[in-house]
Design a protein around this ligand. Structure first.
Ligand code: AP5
Length: 222
């Protein structure tokens, strides 16, 4: 079976991380999540983390040289049998760097999975999102924990991300519209874009993505 090299696109809060968790189980792909990696660097107070945190707390993109080097080395080290990139690329320069890297490795993207959701929906989702130290995601209204503030999956405390505060969410959305949204056309022009309605339930979005990937694989074999 051919490898799956996927990227997840979409505004903050569209459900990229939620879908990534399901797709990883389905396909056993190397999962490379830029935000998660950056937050790890911040927690560990590495040089990269110290530099990145001011951008993240302001809802801005971390400068390209830092992010591109971090992600491409992960693709090279871990992505041999296929990968799922969540949160990268986020602008044209990052998309070009990824294309160049894959070209150099003699590989290609299978699809850009675009999970769409309007601003009002994502603001509501992010303000209620809670996450545990293991990265499991819940929502105070849409997926409430069985025990208050404790993760259903691992029992660890659930916390609110610093950048899910309302004023930072607005800035992240503005950054998305200014710098990342253009990638929809970028991948559409290359025939790689697949659209999904992120306002549907997580299971419906997941079913749609799986069906789309199954069709892509069938087409590849014809
Ligand atoms: P990152 O961590 O990548 O954040 P993001 O893209 O803003 O995405 P989120 O994690 O906020 O949302 P999501 O789409 O994964 O939604 P989720 O599944 O959690 O980036 C953080 C920061 O790092 C950036 O702001 C930037 O500073 C920096 N950074 C990252 N990548 C970078 C790059 N490439 N270059 C430079 N800087 C970079 O769902 C949200 C909530 O909704 C959850 O509570 C969930 O339970 C709920 N939910 C999900 N799906 C549904 C559904 N279908 N119905 C109802 N509820 C749902």
């Amino acid at each position: 079976m051919s490898e799956l090299n996927l990227i997840l696109l979409g505004p903050p809060g569209a459900g990229k991380g939620t879908q990534a968790a399901r797709l990883r189980k389905d396909f056993d792909l190397a999962y490379i999540a830029t935000g998660e990696l950056l937050r790890h660097h911040v927690d560990q107070a590495t040089e990269l983390g110290k530099e990145a945190s001011s951008y993240m707390d302001a809802g801005k993109l971390v400068p390209d040289p830092l992010v591109i080097a971090m992600i491409l080395s992960k693709v090279e080290d871990e992505g041999d049998d296929g990968f799922l990139l969540d949160g990268f690329p986020r602008n044209d320069a990052q998309a070009d760097a990824l294309a160049e890297e894959l070209d150099g490795l003699g590989r290609r993207l299978t699809a850009a999975l675009y999970v769409a959701a309007p601003d009002d929906v994502v603001v509501e989702r992010l303000s209620g999102r809670r996450q545990c130290a293991n990265g499991h995601i819940q929502h105070v209204t849409f997926d409430p924990p069985k025990v208050d503030n404790m993760c259903d999956l691992c029992g660890r405390p659930l916390k609110q991300r610093k950048d899910d505060m309302p004023e930072v969410v607005q800035k992240r959305l503005a950054t998305y519209h200014e710098q990342t949204e253009a990638l929809i056309d970028y991948y559409e022009d290359k025939g790689l874009l697949r659209r999904f309605d992120g306002t549907r339930s997580p299971t419906e979005v997941h079913d749609h993505i799986r069906a789309t990937l199954a069709t892509l694989r069938l087409e590849e074999r014809l």
